[in-house]
Design a protein. Structure first.
Length: 346
């Protein structure tokens, strides 16, 4: 790699004001190749740019995006994979992923569920699932997932010290993610829930292009800023041909633990105005769960309240669906889990 970089940069002459090619004999060839490269890679997702593109052009770009990539390879022993994603951090995605995994396992005792923490930089699953320690290696040199509450879990948090930051470049993150996906003895799982990092970056693209996903669940809050990013997240999964199962509106309203009064601190009907301006009605992100969106076939899977019990149980490693299974908060997660199970035809 270093040798290649040195050879590449030897072709250039650097000055304070410009960057000039030393060799101009094949300048036209390089210019032509550069134009081809730009037309191929400038917009790999086929998103509409300022100049606009026709539908055939966008379709061609989507096809080109997958050209040359390895075929999506299933994870051994895993039947379905559902990712829980968000366009923005801090919306409660990991809390939703944990409680959905537990909820899915609870509504059908015959099904086995696993949980993968794909957030390499900020793993949350170990604390929320009350797990610690290093995974053991079996005779096939695969890691054995740690287990609690009947859920098999794997996270980067099991492999590094809790207080140590992970300062890696993208390629190292992708390598670690590949190992967490394929070098783990998941056994036989009916469903693997993947807690994704926030955003629409390398991890999301790599996971969606290397393993077959049964669907994606988008988590958002009612705030306009969060809704904008949620739409981008849903749009990304649609572009890479991953079905979006629906949207979870987290922290929908605050519930007073003493009098049960509801307060919509992030706004009631949070996405309505933005939906009208930016076609966000396709996500159906409206408090109260209005009609299913037609354009993207999305629905509001549920509205989770901002309740102190959800925060307390997550911080102590005893998720609300485990320690308070009959509480209104836990029942919301279970209803959402039932909708997801129905979409997966469990």
């Amino acid at each position: 790699m270093a040798t290649t970089c040195r050879r590449f940069f030897k072709q250039f002459y650097f000055s304070r004001s410009n960057l000039t090619l030393l060799s101009t004999s094949n300048y036209r060839t390089r210019e032509k190749n550069a134009r081809i490269s730009l037309s191929t890679h400038a917009d790999p997702l086929g998103l509409r740019g300022s100049e606009g593109h026709s539908q055939p052009q966008m379709k061609t770009r989507e096809e080109r995006m997958f050209r040359g990539l390895p075929k999506r390879k299933p994870i051994e022993g895993v039947k379905d994979i559902v990712v829980v994603a968000s366009g923005k951090g801090g919306v409660g995605k990991s809390t939703c992923a944990v409680n959905l995994a537990l909820g899915l396992a609870a509504i059908n005792k015959s099904k086995s569920v696993g949980l993968l923490d794909a957030d390499i930089y900020g793993p949350s699953i170990p604390k929320m699932m009350n797990l610690s320690g290093n995974p053991e290696l079996n005779q096939d040199n695969k890691m054995e997932p740690l287990k609690n509450y009947g859920i098999s879990c794997m996270s980067m948090g099991f492999l590094v010290d809790e207080k140590s930051p992970i300062v890696w470049r993208g390629l190292m993150v992708m390598s670690a993610l590949e190992k967490l996906l394929r070098q783990v003895n998941w056994g036989t799982l009916d469903l693997l829930v993947v807690d994704m990092p926030p955003g629409t970056g390398d991890t999301q693209l790599s996971v969606s292009q290397t393993v077959p996903l049964s669907g994606a669940v988008i988590v958002t809050t009612p705030q306009d800023i969060a809704l904008l990013d949620a739409r981008k997240g849903a749009e990304m999964f649609r572009k890479v041909h991953v079905p979006v199962l629906g949207v979870i509106e987290n922290m929908s309203h605050y519930v007073c633990p003493k009098c049960n009064h509801k307060e919509f601190i992030f706004g009631e009907n949070g996405g309505k105005t933005i939906a009208e301006d930016m076609n966000l009605e396709v996500l159906g992100i409206i408090v109260g769960g209005k009609t299913i969106a037609e354009d993207m076939n999305l629905e509001v899977l549920g509205n989770i309240p901002l309740h102190i019990s959800i925060r307390e149980t997550s911080d102590t490693g005893t998720p609300v669906t485990v320690c308070r299974p009959s509480s209104p908060e836990a029942m919301v997660y279970k209803r959402i889990a039932a909708k997801i199970a129905s979409k997966l035809r469990w």
